[in-house]
Design a binder for this molecule. Structure first.
Ligand code: SAH
Length: 242
Protein backbone atom coordinates (compact mmCIF):
# COMPACT_ATOMS: atom_id res chain seq x y z
CA UNK A 1 0.00 0.00 0.00
CA UNK A 2 1.11 3.54 -0.76
CA UNK A 3 0.16 4.48 2.78
CA UNK A 4 2.44 7.50 3.15
CA UNK A 5 0.18 9.32 0.66
CA UNK A 6 -2.89 10.85 2.36
CA UNK A 7 -5.83 11.89 0.22
CA UNK A 8 -7.51 14.91 1.81
CA UNK A 9 -10.96 16.04 0.60
CA UNK A 10 -12.00 19.53 1.61
CA UNK A 11 -15.70 20.20 2.29
CA UNK A 12 -17.09 17.69 -0.16
CA UNK A 13 -20.80 18.33 -0.88
CA UNK A 14 -21.85 15.04 -2.48
CA UNK A 15 -21.31 11.96 -0.31
CA UNK A 16 -21.38 9.82 -3.46
CA UNK A 17 -18.14 11.48 -4.50
CA UNK A 18 -16.51 10.45 -1.23
CA UNK A 19 -17.44 6.82 -1.95
CA UNK A 20 -16.17 7.07 -5.53
CA UNK A 21 -12.89 8.50 -4.22
CA UNK A 22 -12.50 5.55 -1.81
CA UNK A 23 -13.02 3.14 -4.70
CA UNK A 24 -10.56 5.00 -6.94
CA UNK A 25 -7.96 4.90 -4.16
CA UNK A 26 -8.35 1.22 -3.34
CA UNK A 27 -8.00 0.27 -7.02
CA UNK A 28 -4.60 1.94 -6.89
CA UNK A 29 -3.45 0.47 -3.55
CA UNK A 30 -4.03 3.61 -1.52
CA UNK A 31 -5.87 3.54 1.78
CA UNK A 32 -5.43 6.79 3.69
CA UNK A 33 -8.47 9.06 3.38
CA UNK A 34 -9.00 12.24 5.38
CA UNK A 35 -12.14 14.37 5.22
CA UNK A 36 -12.28 18.04 6.18
CA UNK A 37 -15.84 19.05 7.14
CA UNK A 38 -17.73 16.83 4.70
CA UNK A 39 -21.29 18.08 4.20
CA UNK A 40 -22.80 14.60 4.67
CA UNK A 41 -20.80 11.73 6.11
CA UNK A 42 -21.28 8.86 6.81
CA UNK A 43 -23.98 8.46 4.15
CA UNK A 44 -25.64 5.63 2.23
CA UNK A 45 -24.60 7.20 -1.10
CA UNK A 46 -20.95 7.14 -0.04
CA UNK A 47 -21.16 3.45 0.91
CA UNK A 48 -22.98 2.59 -2.32
CA UNK A 49 -20.45 4.35 -4.55
CA UNK A 50 -17.50 2.88 -2.61
CA UNK A 51 -18.64 -0.51 -3.85
CA UNK A 52 -16.40 -2.76 -1.75
CA UNK A 53 -13.97 -0.03 -0.68
CA UNK A 54 -16.07 0.78 2.39
CA UNK A 55 -13.15 -0.23 4.62
CA UNK A 56 -11.51 3.04 3.52
CA UNK A 57 -14.65 4.95 4.53
CA UNK A 58 -14.69 3.21 7.90
CA UNK A 59 -11.05 4.13 8.51
CA UNK A 60 -11.33 7.69 7.15
CA UNK A 61 -10.55 10.43 9.66
CA UNK A 62 -12.70 13.55 9.96
CA UNK A 63 -11.13 16.96 10.61
CA UNK A 64 -12.48 20.41 11.43
CA UNK A 65 -9.67 22.19 9.64
CA UNK A 66 -7.30 21.53 6.74
CA UNK A 67 -4.43 22.31 9.14
CA UNK A 68 -5.39 19.39 11.33
CA UNK A 69 -5.75 17.03 8.31
CA UNK A 70 -2.21 17.79 7.11
CA UNK A 71 -0.54 18.22 10.52
CA UNK A 72 1.68 15.10 10.24
CA UNK A 73 2.62 15.65 6.57
CA UNK A 74 6.01 16.91 5.42
CA UNK A 75 4.88 17.66 1.87
CA UNK A 76 1.50 19.12 0.92
CA UNK A 77 0.21 19.21 -2.66
CA UNK A 78 -2.97 21.09 -3.54
CA UNK A 79 -4.82 19.78 -6.60
CA UNK A 80 -6.30 22.57 -8.69
CA UNK A 81 -7.98 22.76 -12.07
CA UNK A 82 -7.65 26.50 -12.30
CA UNK A 83 -4.86 28.81 -13.38
CA UNK A 84 -4.29 31.09 -10.42
CA UNK A 85 -3.51 34.78 -10.60
CA UNK A 86 -0.91 34.35 -7.87
CA UNK A 87 1.55 31.73 -9.00
CA UNK A 88 2.46 28.76 -6.87
CA UNK A 89 5.11 26.32 -8.03
CA UNK A 90 3.22 23.64 -9.86
CA UNK A 91 3.79 20.03 -10.85
CA UNK A 92 1.80 17.60 -12.96
CA UNK A 93 0.49 14.42 -11.36
CA UNK A 94 3.18 12.43 -13.19
CA UNK A 95 5.97 14.73 -12.04
CA UNK A 96 4.76 14.34 -8.44
CA UNK A 97 4.73 10.58 -8.78
CA UNK A 98 8.23 10.52 -10.26
CA UNK A 99 9.51 12.90 -7.62
CA UNK A 100 8.14 11.22 -4.51
CA UNK A 101 7.20 7.60 -5.05
CA UNK A 102 10.60 5.98 -5.34
CA UNK A 103 12.86 8.59 -3.78
CA UNK A 104 14.44 8.39 -0.37
CA UNK A 105 11.75 10.84 0.65
CA UNK A 106 9.08 8.18 0.15
CA UNK A 107 9.05 7.60 3.90
CA UNK A 108 7.63 11.09 4.37
CA UNK A 109 3.91 11.70 4.66
CA UNK A 110 2.58 13.45 1.59
CA UNK A 111 -0.85 15.08 1.55
CA UNK A 112 -2.81 15.27 -1.69
CA UNK A 113 -5.45 17.92 -1.07
CA UNK A 114 -8.57 18.09 -3.28
CA UNK A 115 -11.09 20.91 -3.25
CA UNK A 116 -14.84 21.39 -3.24
CA UNK A 117 -16.90 20.24 -6.22
CA UNK A 118 -18.25 23.70 -6.96
CA UNK A 119 -15.43 26.04 -5.99
CA UNK A 120 -12.20 24.05 -5.58
CA UNK A 121 -9.58 25.16 -3.05
CA UNK A 122 -9.44 28.70 -1.70
CA UNK A 123 -6.23 30.72 -1.89
CA UNK A 124 -5.71 30.59 1.90
CA UNK A 125 -5.86 26.79 1.63
CA UNK A 126 -3.33 26.78 -1.21
CA UNK A 127 -1.09 28.89 1.04
CA UNK A 128 -0.70 25.74 3.15
CA UNK A 129 0.54 23.78 0.12
CA UNK A 130 4.10 23.42 -1.12
CA UNK A 131 3.03 22.81 -4.72
CA UNK A 132 -0.01 23.03 -6.96
CA UNK A 133 -0.85 19.65 -8.42
CA UNK A 134 -2.22 19.78 -11.94
CA UNK A 135 -3.72 17.18 -14.19
CA UNK A 136 -2.95 18.24 -17.75
CA UNK A 137 -6.13 18.35 -19.83
CA UNK A 138 -8.22 20.46 -22.24
CA UNK A 139 -7.40 24.07 -21.30
CA UNK A 140 -10.93 25.14 -22.25
CA UNK A 141 -12.57 22.50 -20.05
CA UNK A 142 -10.13 21.67 -17.31
CA UNK A 143 -12.23 20.76 -14.28
CA UNK A 144 -12.49 17.01 -13.71
CA UNK A 145 -15.05 15.42 -11.45
CA UNK A 146 -13.54 15.12 -7.96
CA UNK A 147 -13.28 11.31 -7.96
CA UNK A 148 -11.94 11.32 -11.53
CA UNK A 149 -9.19 13.74 -10.45
CA UNK A 150 -8.29 11.51 -7.48
CA UNK A 151 -8.27 8.49 -9.84
CA UNK A 152 -5.77 10.05 -12.23
CA UNK A 153 -3.41 11.14 -9.45
CA UNK A 154 -3.57 7.76 -7.68
CA UNK A 155 -3.02 5.97 -10.99
CA UNK A 156 0.17 7.93 -11.63
CA UNK A 157 1.42 7.05 -8.14
CA UNK A 158 0.55 3.40 -8.68
CA UNK A 159 2.41 3.23 -11.99
CA UNK A 160 5.43 5.02 -10.56
CA UNK A 161 5.49 2.61 -7.60
CA UNK A 162 6.16 -0.31 -9.98
CA UNK A 163 3.12 -2.32 -8.86
CA UNK A 164 1.94 -2.23 -12.43
CA UNK A 165 4.62 -4.70 -13.50
CA UNK A 166 3.62 -7.40 -11.03
CA UNK A 167 -0.10 -7.21 -11.66
CA UNK A 168 0.01 -6.66 -15.40
CA UNK A 169 -3.20 -7.77 -17.07
CA UNK A 170 -2.52 -10.69 -19.35
CA UNK A 171 0.83 -11.42 -17.72
CA UNK A 172 2.02 -14.72 -19.14
CA UNK A 173 3.39 -15.92 -15.82
CA UNK A 174 6.51 -18.05 -15.51
CA UNK A 175 6.22 -20.30 -18.56
CA UNK A 176 8.69 -19.49 -21.31
CA UNK A 177 7.54 -19.08 -24.89
CA UNK A 178 7.78 -22.17 -27.09
CA UNK A 179 10.94 -22.40 -29.20
CA UNK A 180 10.94 -22.79 -32.98
CA UNK A 181 12.00 -26.43 -32.52
CA UNK A 182 9.08 -27.14 -30.17
CA UNK A 183 6.69 -25.48 -32.62
CA UNK A 184 8.02 -27.57 -35.52
CA UNK A 185 7.51 -30.77 -33.50
CA UNK A 186 3.97 -29.57 -32.77
CA UNK A 187 3.23 -28.97 -36.48
CA UNK A 188 4.47 -32.46 -37.38
CA UNK A 189 2.23 -33.87 -34.66
CA UNK A 190 -0.73 -31.74 -35.78
CA UNK A 191 -0.33 -32.70 -39.44
CA UNK A 192 -0.08 -36.38 -38.53
CA UNK A 193 -3.16 -36.22 -36.32
CA UNK A 194 -5.42 -34.43 -38.76
CA UNK A 195 -4.33 -36.89 -41.45
CA UNK A 196 -5.08 -39.83 -39.12
CA UNK A 197 -8.58 -38.62 -38.35
CA UNK A 198 -9.23 -38.17 -42.09
CA UNK A 199 -9.54 -34.38 -42.05
CA UNK A 200 -6.49 -33.64 -44.16
CA UNK A 201 -6.54 -34.62 -47.82
CA UNK A 202 -2.91 -35.09 -49.01
CA UNK A 203 -3.51 -32.72 -51.96
CA UNK A 204 -4.56 -29.87 -49.69
CA UNK A 205 -2.19 -30.49 -46.84
CA UNK A 206 0.32 -27.79 -47.77
CA UNK A 207 -2.08 -24.85 -47.85
CA UNK A 208 -4.00 -26.01 -44.77
CA UNK A 209 -0.78 -26.45 -42.78
CA UNK A 210 0.40 -23.00 -43.87
CA UNK A 211 -2.84 -21.47 -42.62
CA UNK A 212 -2.64 -23.37 -39.35
CA UNK A 213 0.92 -22.14 -38.85
CA UNK A 214 -0.29 -18.60 -39.41
CA UNK A 215 -2.87 -18.98 -36.65
CA UNK A 216 -0.35 -20.26 -34.12
CA UNK A 217 2.32 -17.75 -35.11
CA UNK A 218 -0.12 -14.96 -34.43
CA UNK A 219 -0.60 -15.94 -30.80
CA UNK A 220 2.90 -16.99 -29.62
CA UNK A 221 2.25 -20.07 -27.49
CA UNK A 222 4.13 -20.68 -24.26
CA UNK A 223 5.39 -24.17 -23.34
CA UNK A 224 2.49 -24.93 -21.00
CA UNK A 225 -0.07 -24.04 -23.68
CA UNK A 226 1.82 -26.15 -26.19
CA UNK A 227 1.76 -29.11 -23.77
CA UNK A 228 -2.03 -28.81 -23.53
CA UNK A 229 -2.44 -28.79 -27.33
CA UNK A 230 -0.12 -31.77 -27.73
CA UNK A 231 -2.10 -33.59 -25.03
CA UNK A 232 -5.28 -33.02 -27.06
CA UNK A 233 -3.58 -34.34 -30.20
CA UNK A 234 -2.35 -37.45 -28.38
CA UNK A 235 -5.82 -38.01 -26.97
CA UNK A 236 -7.54 -37.72 -30.34
CA UNK A 237 -5.01 -40.07 -31.96
CA UNK A 238 -5.56 -42.69 -29.23
CA UNK A 239 -9.28 -42.25 -29.52
CA UNK A 240 -9.13 -42.67 -33.29
CA UNK A 241 -7.15 -45.92 -33.13
CA UNK A 242 -9.56 -47.54 -30.62
N1 SAH B 1 -15.09 24.14 -10.00
C1 SAH B 1 -13.89 23.91 -9.27
C2 SAH B 1 -13.26 22.60 -9.61
C3 SAH B 1 -13.81 21.53 -8.78
S1 SAH B 1 -13.32 19.96 -9.21
C4 SAH B 1 -12.91 25.02 -9.48
O1 SAH B 1 -13.25 25.98 -10.12
O2 SAH B 1 -11.81 24.95 -8.97
C5 SAH B 1 -12.97 19.32 -7.61
C6 SAH B 1 -11.50 19.16 -7.31
O3 SAH B 1 -10.93 18.20 -8.18
C7 SAH B 1 -10.65 20.39 -7.52
O4 SAH B 1 -10.73 21.25 -6.40
C8 SAH B 1 -9.28 19.80 -7.64
O5 SAH B 1 -8.76 19.47 -6.36
C9 SAH B 1 -9.57 18.52 -8.41
N2 SAH B 1 -9.37 18.72 -9.87
C10 SAH B 1 -10.32 18.75 -10.85
N3 SAH B 1 -9.75 18.94 -12.05
C11 SAH B 1 -8.41 19.01 -11.84
C12 SAH B 1 -7.27 19.21 -12.69
N4 SAH B 1 -7.39 19.36 -14.00
N5 SAH B 1 -6.03 19.23 -12.12
C13 SAH B 1 -5.90 19.07 -10.77
N6 SAH B 1 -6.93 18.89 -9.94
C14 SAH B 1 -8.15 18.87 -10.45
Amino acid sequence: MLSNFKVVLVETSHPGNIGAVARAMKNMRMNQLRLVNPKFFPHADATARASGADDLLRDATIHNTLQSAIADCQIVLGASARDRTISWPSLTARQCADKWVSSAESTQNIALVFGRENSGLKNHELDLCHYLLRIPCNAEYSSLNLAAAVQVVCYELFVASGHEQVSRIGDRGEDPLATAEQMEAFYVHLQQTIADIGFLHPDRSKSIMRRLRRIFNRIQLDTKELDILRGILRFSQNHNTK
